[in-house]
Design a protein around this ligand. Sequence first.
Ligand code: CA2
Length: 143
Amino acid sequence: MTQRIAILNGPNLDRLGKREPEVYGSATLADLESALRTEFKGAAELEFFQSNHEGALIDRIAALADAKVRGIVFNPGAFTHTSVALRDALSGSGLRVVEVHISNIYRREEFRRHSLTAPACVGVISGLGFEGYHAAVRFLLKD
Ligand code: CA2
């Protein structure tokens, strides 16, 4: 059976590759999608969603929970540090979620060092660039 895995990206991640390459690299979200589709072709059905809106992300998490997908790879962007609503959506989903950050949030500003969403996730990968998304999908496909 094909395993459905959702890759969710939060606010401003649609701007990847357009600014701050020293922090986030020069590749775009489309480049990430293409690299993941190449690696997991035949192994997983990947679906991608990016939104700058908290409610849209919450609605998508609820739909993925209803669809009982195998797992979610989620970069909540700045909502990581602010959103009780997204944490509740993740906790309530009953799904396995891996939180991913392109940058190492622990070596940046103090306000980025705390994640409200991480306690609702099975694990967090931070600072490995796009490789973090690949590692997260690999982990969700195990067993
Ligand atoms: O390191 C990450 O992946 C972050 O989730 C990225 C968020 C940031 O607020 C988190 O603290 C850590 C910001 C994403 C903004 O990405 C941009 C990329 C290029 C140009 C502008 C924004």
